[in-house]
Each structure stands twice: as structure tokens, then as C-alpha cells.
Design a protein around this ligand. Structure first.
Ligand code: PEP
Length: 249
């Protein structure tokens, strides 16, 4: 089955009105290609970016959403608010949220459920730490993180969400997994989902994330189970991000 590739940029907590505008204007020079291009600015810039990308091929994502729908949750942002700003995807379970803000597998699953309720598409981030990889627990961790979501929303939901395999040891470290290491895990994730539904496993797009650059993306995208990339640092440089998108074809 041919799955469309997605190249998504996670800008994390970076930017100003001025830098956001120049980054988006740089990205708008991108030529058309077959992959879907997604950018995830910080919340305050969603409206600005939504306006700038209007009519282009670039799609908007948010970096987080509350599991709650509305009410007395000071500082939180709901999925319904995000849907007011042209957001299509919402990152959920990013390792920085899990490790720095204590987001559990169950909380991540609750967020996935709420994001779906408002018609948005969760980009579910999973992945192991270095210690977990070194003790042979990579798949156990990825499967546990996925299972929590299946337990709450069911396997069929995986037809409508995107999985991003992001080994924690590769995020922001410059240490990208090799294309073969990424393929091995992506294939195993697909096999894990196939035990519950072969058709869902065939359809689900699994992105790789962790220090992706234009110099590494081409090999990654040639792997049969790598359906794109979630790019952090390199997505803040329009030329580099465009070069990554080009390698996706
Ligand atoms: C990320 O934050 O999702 C990420 C993959 O970051 P980086 O590309 O900088 O490792």
C-alpha cells in the first residue's frame, strides 16, 4: 500500500512575530511535492501562521492540547479552540511533555480521545529512552505507549491518527537513529498493530523523529515503513526544512 509521506516541523517554544513571519515566508517558496507538509508553531502564533499559509500546501499543527474540553483549567488550551484556528494535527505525548511535565500513558490517551472529539488528528509520539534501548526494552515501551491509546479509543482510531516514533535519545541530540534502526522499530510497531487489525496496520502513517536533517532524511524515507518525519531543530531553518521535504518526494 502506498502511504502519503508527511514531513512535520515541531518548532517547540521558539519564535517571535518577526521570526515566525520570515520562517513561514521562506517555507512558502517550497515547490509542490507529493508529501504533506505540516508546521507546529507555539500557540500564540497559530493565528498568524494560519493567515500566512492560507491558500498554500502547508498544513497547521499544534504542539499540545488539553484532555479537558473547557472550563476551570487555567493555562490549558482545548482542542475545540485549536479547531477555530485551522489546526489539523495535534502533537500528543511528545517526549518533552512526558518527561518534563509528567504526562502518563493514560493522560496521553485521554488527550488523543479529546482531540478526536473535535475532529482533529492526533500525532501520537512514542519512543524509548537510551537506558530502555540499552536494556532491550525498545519495543516493550513503544507497545505499552500504544496499548494505552488502544485501550481508550480502540484499534480503529489508528486508521485516523499518525504515529511518530521518536527515540528519546535522538531528540535534540544530533544522534539520529540510522535508517535501519528506524525501519526495524517501525516494522515492529506495524506488526504489533497488525495483530489487532491488518488493514489498520497497513494504513497507519508512522513518522520518524530525532535529529532529522536533509543529510539523513533521504535514507530514512527509502525505508518501507518510514512514512515521513517529525523534525524539531532543523524545522526552524526554512532552507533545511525545504531540503528535507524534497527528499520525501
Ligand atoms: C522533536 O522535537 O520532535 C524532534 C524530533 O526534535 P529534533 O529534530 O531537534 O531532534
Amino acid at each position: 500500500m502506498i502511504r502519503q509521506k508527511i514531513v512535520a516541523g515541531n518548532w517547540k517554544m521558539n519564535g517571535s512575530k518577526e521570526s515566525v513571519s520570515s520562517l513561514v515566508n521562506g517555507l512558502l517558496e517550497m515547490e509542490n511535492s507529493g508529501s504533506e507538509v505540516v508546521i507546529a508553531p507555539s500557540f500564540p502564533y497559530l493565528s498568524q501562521v494560519d493567515g500566512l499559509i492560507s491558500g498554500s500546501r502547508i498544513v497547521l499543527a499544534a504542539q499540545n492540547a488539553s484532555q479537558e474540553v473547557k472550563g476551570a483549567f487555567t493555562g490549558e488550551v482545548s482542542a475545540s479552540m485549536l479547531s477555530d484556528f485551522g489546526v489539523k494535527y495535534v502533537l500528543v505525548g511528545h517526549s518533552e511533555r512526558r518527561s518534563l511535565y509528567g504526562e502518563s500513558d493514560e493522560l496521553v490517551a485521554a488527550k488523543v480521545k479529546t482531540i478526536f472529539e473535535f475532529g482533529l488528528t492526533p500525532m501520537l509520539c512514542i519512543g524509548e529512552t537510551l537506558a530502555e534501548r540499552e536494556s532491550g526494552k525498545t519495543l516493550e515501551v513503544c507497545e505499552r505507549q500504544i496499548q494505552a491509546v488502544i485501550d481508550l479509543v480502540g484499534i480503529s482510531a489508528f486508521e485516523q491518527l499518525v504515529v511518530a516514533y521518536e527515540p528519546v535519545w535522538a531528540i535534540g541530540t544530533g544522534l539520529s537513529a540510522s535508517a535501519e534502526q528506524a525501519q526495524e522499530v517501525h516494522q515492529s510497531i506495524r506488526a504489533f498493530l497488525a495483530k489487532l487489525s491488518e488493514s489498520v496496520a497497513e494504513k497507519v502513517q508512522i513518522l520518524y523523529g530525532g535529529s532529522v536533517k536533509a543529510s539523513t532524511s533521504s535514507a530514512l524515507f527509502q525505508m518501507p515503513d518510514v512514512d515521513g518525519a517529525l523534525v524539531g531543530g532543523a524545522s526552524l531553518d526554512a532552507k533545511e526544512f525545504i531540503a528535507i521535504v524534497k527528499t520525501a518526494g
